[in-house]
Design a protein around this ligand. Structure first.
Ligand SMILES: Cc1cc2nc3c(=O)[nH]c(=O)nc-3n(C[C@H](O)[C@H](O)[C@H](O)COP(=O)(O)OP(=O)(O)OC[C@H]3O[C@@H](n4cnc5c(N)ncnc54)[C@H](O)[C@@H]3O)c2cc1C
Length: 582
């Protein structure tokens, strides 16, 4: 990339980098830039809210007092100061509000999300102060919405347009994060397209409420709804019970989940950062792809980055699954989960997780699934379309249940609600539908007895989680219109398989003029450095993206802060490499 010169004095000017969005991705990206010690960088940060660091999940946009992180302090990638140290600086009144005893703070515990947001904001401030010391100029634009981005190839400049400015940059990193599209919310009373911001669910409801989904997003909604219609009480024997309010005796929550499954409970992780020394190295993956027509085989990565790790960690479990393909493995695990009543299994996993945490002993088959999911994420863009279909339809549903890591406190509340008869779970199949009514919605599905059921609810909350968004949802329209970005696709290895998928009605399969078949996957196309790719296959050296909802096809796992850390490292390496090429 061309270096930029100030023609007046012939001195090279600074490289101007913009970070769009000021949440956790932005924080990790900024940390990389500060740590680089480069005083020839000039950074501009744009954030639509009035605070940096907290982003969506850790601010009132995504959390209330009752919401907690699903990772504990020791599992959070290092930023500047540790949470244990930071807690000592938090005013008493704030700790009291969150019922935290400073002297008993333990880094193996999860945190209130709003408090964690304060920690992230404080870390951003520390980084800004460090940048000042190293001479890296930073301009922070709060309450500034980035409306559009365009690219000028002749000048190799990215143009960022806000409400009242148009600015040029040498590179931008898109960190705009979560987006929850609204279909009916705001138009149909009682219909919520997501549970965020949670304050909107602070409602007294004297009727059954339908929740679609049973994972962490559903648990967020349940915690808010339960508090507004009753009380959790800790009994003398330590058991938590729920007492429904006299004002809403008919209040009840009906969760709807695929096959009636509940997520697994958080346990002790041996390696809190989802890594393992024995994982395939980038070179090994490259060699494998060279010998495999450029594709990464799902079976290969399952063997190498799951089974092989388990052979060491849990030889007995390994013996049971060592000859299984992914499909058999998933059937084997699901069979047990589906056979047992979901709440019975939940209670037994809760006890298992308690033991695991107390003894600092992992549940390896689950931890290794989280490791596999994280390891697969980065090279997922090299799967064949056939393998991506297998991943999405077979392995991902299991992974999303097992590695949701429901925090203990949330688990206790779910059990208390269920014991009080206030929380019910309905198993629905893939044919379930939700119809918006004049008020609320009707959910129709085939029940476990094979009968059709349709139930009307005055209040409905869609809690399936952050959807993978398509290129049509991409917020910066000039990049789409000027063909700077393209939709993510994966090639089929075998035309017969593509034709079968087409015949079975898969509308995401298409054929190009030269006869190759492709599968359209969610979001936009990116390369290994998180740079956007145009429809002709060329990467853009100046536009990077870390906003996961828009790259879900090539980056299917949402590992939160671990992703922020890993992706920012790649982007920083790419920025440094570009400088060396000048
Ligand atoms: C409810 C919820 C709970 C979660 N809990 C955990 C957890 O406990 N642990 C974990 O590891 N991960 C968790 N995650 C994963 C989580 O997504 C990441 O940890 C993290 O929030 C991702 O950060 P981000 O900066 O990419 O996105 P966001 O948090 O969405 O931040 C994006 C920022 O960009 C700003 N922005 C957006 N558009 C614009 C614009 N046009 N102009 C200017 N600014 C803009 C937003 O205001 C926001 O501040 C959770 C996710 C959700 C949804």
């Amino acid at each position: 990339m061309e270096n930029h010169y100030d023609f007046m004095n012939d001195e090279p000017t600074k490289k101007r980098i913009a970070i769009l969005g000021g949440g956790p991705s932005s924080l990790f990206m900024y940390k990389r830039l500060v740590d680089s010690g480069r005083s020839d960088f000039e950074i501009t940060i744009f954030e639509k809210k009035s605070q940096l660091g907290a982003g969506m999940p850790y601010s009132t946009e995504g959390a209330g007092k009752e919401h907690i992180t699903n990772v504990s302090a020791n599992e959070i990638p290092e930023i500047v100061t540790s949470i244990a140290d930071w807690i000592q600086t938090v005013p008493d009144a704030k700790l009291d509000y969150f019922c935290i005893d400073r002297s008993k703070f333990n880094e193996y515990k999860v945190l209130p999300r709003l408090l964690f947001g304060d920690y992230l904001a404080a870390q951003f401030d520390l980084l800004l102060a460090q940048a000042k010391l190293t001479g890296m100029g930073t301009s922070v634009n709060l309450e500034t919405i980035v409306e559009d981005i365009s690219y000028e190839p002749q000048r190799e400049q990215v143009v960022v347009k806000t409400q009242n400015q148009t600015l040029n940059f040498d590179a931008v990193v898109i960190c705009t994060g979560h987006h929850w599209p609204k279909k009916h919310e705001g138009k149909i009373p009682g219909y919520f397209d997501s549970p965020y911001p949670p304050a909107k669910l602070a409602l007294q409801l004297d009727h059954p409420v339908a929740v679609r989904g049973s994972s962490l997003t559903a648990i967020d909604a349940i915690r808010t709804l339960a508090r507004n219609n009753g009380l959790f009480v800790k009994k003398e024997n330590g058991k938590l019970v729920y007492e429904v309010s006299g004002d809403s005796p008919n209040f009840k929550i009906v969760m709807h989940s695929r096959s009636g499954l509940l997520p697994a409970v958080r346990f002790h992780l041996d390696d809190s950062h989802l890594t393992n020394d024995a994982l395939l190295t980038p070179d090994e993956i490259k060699q494998h792809r060279t010998a495999n027509d450029g594709f990464l085989s799902l079976d290969y990565i399952f063997d190498q980055d799951y089974k092989k790790l388990l052979a060491k960690k849990d030889p007995d479990f390994y013996e049971q699954i060592k000859d299984m393909k992914i499909e058999q493995f998933v059937d084997y695990i699901m069979e047990l989960r589906e056979r047992l009543d979901a709440f019975v299994l939940f209670k037994s996993e809760f006890t298992e997780a308690e033991k695991s945490i107390k003894r600092h002993e992992s549940v390896y088959w689950k931890e290794m699934l989280a490791v596999l999911s994280f390891a697969m994420n980065y090279p997922a863009k090299y799967f064949s379309a056939e393998d991506m279909i297998r991943l999405q339809s077979v392995l991902m549903p299991l992974i999303s249940i097992v590695i949701a890591f429901v925090p203990q406190a949330s688990g206790e509340e779910m059990m208390a609600l269920h014991d009080a008869g206030v929380l019910e779970l309905k198993a629905v199949g893939s044919d379930s539908t939700v119809k918006a009514e004049d008020k609320g919605a009707t959910i129709a599905f085939t029940n476990e007895a094979g009968e059709k059921e349709a139930n009307y609810y005055q209040t409905y909350v869609d809690c399936v989680g952050q959807p993978h968004l398509s290129i049509a949802d991409f917020p910066f329209k000039s990049l789409t219109e000027k063909k700077v970005i393209s939709k993510a696709v994966l090639k089929f290895r075998n035309a017969v398989k593509a034709e079968e998928a087409l015949k079975s009605g898969n509308q995401k399969v298409f054929q190009t003029e030269n006869g190759d078949y492709f599968l359209e996957v969610p979001g936009i196309s990116i390369n290994d450095n998180f740079q956007v790719i145009d429809p002709y296959g060329a990467y853009n050296p100046a536009i990077f993206i870390m906003a996961v909802p828009y790259i879900g096809g090539y980056n299917p796992d949402y590992s939160g802060l671990d992703f922020c850390e890993a992706a920012s490292e790649k982007i920083m390496a790419s920025l440094n490499e570009q400088e060396q090429l000048v």
